[in-house]
Ligand binder design. Sequence first.
Ligand SMILES: Cc1ncc(COP(=O)(O)O)c(C=O)c1O
Length: 391
Amino acid sequence: MRSTLVPSRIRNLDLPPFDPLNRRAAELRAAGRRVISLGQAVPFFAPPPSALAAARAALDTPEVHRYATDPGLPSLRTLLAERLAETTRADAAADDLVITAGGNHAFALALTTLVDPGSEVILPAPYFTNHQMMVVALGATAIEAPVGDRTTFAVRWSDLEPHVTPRTKAIVLCNPSNPTGAPVEAQEGSRIVREAAGRDVVVISDETYMQFVYDGAHWSAASVAHWRRNVVVIGTFSKSFGMMGWRVGYMLADASVCEQAIKVQDAMIICAPVVSQMAAEAAVRESWGYAASFHGELRRRRRVLADGLADISRLRWTPTRGGLFAFVHVEGCTDSTRLSHELIERAYLVTIPGASFGSSGEGSLRLSYGYADADDLTEATQRLARFFRSA
Ligand SMILES: Cc1ncc(COP(=O)(O)O)c(C=O)c1O
């Protein structure tokens, strides 16, 4: 089939640069180079033993081989609602949850359920690339709203308000943010939810990194008293429990919205993988604080990275409170894609160009400290220092 049969809105989408960069890293490794990847948006730890044991036991049950009900296992939804209520003060019940095949699927489900093609969706930027891609794939328009504070990257209502039009259907928060690691601060977040509600605008809050806030507490959009009016929270087991390959996440929204969403869920995937739901349930029951047990190590890595970067005069980064990322401004850089390619060829470092997170990300690089350990981070910053000395 000719690719011109594919609509231009899909042909014009850019695939994030991870695959080509990882392929090049693999080639260089095969040629004997010691490549360090700061590219991966993943934590270093394996799933908790509770999840692995539950998955093994699940294989011996007949239910695991069948479809679950569309919204997911009732026992998982009940337990998850309780945990979210305890830890984020989200007033949630089982009927407010749909278990999905990961966070990205939950986002696609929320958008398909709530956003009309042709309407506008505001993305505070730098944004998570997959958010922009999904909005465009659905036939809606992604509106980039650059975050004004380029030090903390904390999103404010005043960053978003100028972009609101009568066509605005949704605002997407990424809290904490991929790619900046900045959490949404409680006061501004509540204001955004309130202002959006007053305009009948939905707030889709991607809280994938909710368990990765190192200083202070995570603020959830579902902790706002009237969240049911206009908030959808996206969550996932991928990062909090090191379960990326299990493809299990959730959408939290008022039960009346979930009731509509499960029609889309049924048409898309029927239900999330059952073995993964069983593993996730054990993780929620027995290991809810699992990610927090790695905070000490993640803080240490963040410090090592910050110290190393501080010695490089062209680079500027003020550590953010969460996520797995440093969004580093590179003085004088106007082509971060080229810079990333130079870094892999000359310093054997995988970095992600800031431009892949929207035009307001140009001139920066995203470095992840989720996977590389402290020794690798030290070595990486030494390589960066040598690279920028000779650049
Ligand atoms: C902000 C954000 N949302 C969603 C996802 C996708 O997660 P999942 O594996 O649950 O689909 C990621 C993955 O990197 C992410 O960074």
